[in-house]
Design a protein around this ligand. Structure first.
Ligand code: SF4
Length: 210
């Protein structure tokens, strides 16, 4: 498989934020979001077999939380086999995906963190709406918000598709929307929306290995 990096850190986004986690960042992405903060993952740094990826992950024993991320991990079809192997080894597997590739074959046990591309991403028209029927109760839906238009659009999508039964995450675009402003907007809604603080960026400023 083509990889960008494998590293150990704290989970930074989602309701798992703050937990020690091994990250497997697969290389390549089929989208080009305006605010992309992982452009370095567009091209591979190295290749490894699935067996060798598992060996790398196991180096961080006894950590049992693994996140498969990218880029967009699902453009490499072997990512599903990788997830199955990790599940067989009793890892809790998080999958970060950009919601433009069908989720039909993802094992149920995998916790999908699905990014709904907001208008400011420039990739809104790439959302695969059919994916909604493949969401599981434990999945989490992320909306990255740059401005009020993104915020209002996200609320409309949540209502239209009855998405509040999932964990909803709203993240401010780093250095574009003040997190306090987003916090106030969320409070006003009185809805169970979680402010997603991108912990890794607060702690280490983001970038490789964080
Ligand atoms: S989907 Fe993710 S990795 Fe791909 S361009 Fe958008 S933000 Fe970057």
């Amino acid at each position: 498989m083509e990889l960008s990096e494998i590293f150990y850190s704290l989970q930074g986004e989602s309701s798992y934020a703050g937990l020690p986690c091994v990250f497997v960042r697969l290389a390549g992405c089929n989208l080009r979001c305006t605010y992309c903060d992982t452009k370095y993952a567009y091209e591979p740094e190295f290749t490894l077999s699935i067996e060798d990826i598992i060996k790398e992950v196991e180096k961080y024993h006894p950590v049992k939380l693994v996140e498969i991320t990218g880029g967009e991990p699902l453009i490499q079809t072997d990512s599903v086999i990788l997830m199955r192997h990790l599940l067989n080894k009793k890892y809790k597997v998080l999958l970060e995906t950009n919601n433009s590739i069908l989720l039909k074959d993802i094992p149920n046990e995998v916790i999908k963190i699905v990014d709904f591309k907001t208008p400011s991403s420039g990739m809104c028209n790439k959302i695969l709406w059919d994916n909604i029927k493949y969401f599981s109760d434990h999945d989490e839906l992320k909306f990255v918000i740059a401005d009020r238009q993104d915020f209002d659009w996200s609320l409309q999508i949540i209502e239209k598709h009855n998405l509040l039964k999932y964990q909803i995450l709203f993240s401010p675009v780093h250095e574009k929307l003040d997190k306090k402003v987003l916090a106030e907007w969320i409070i006003e809604t009185k809805l169970p929306i979680r402010l997603n603080m991108q912990l890794h960026k607060l702690l280490w400023g983001g970038g490789r290995g964080a």
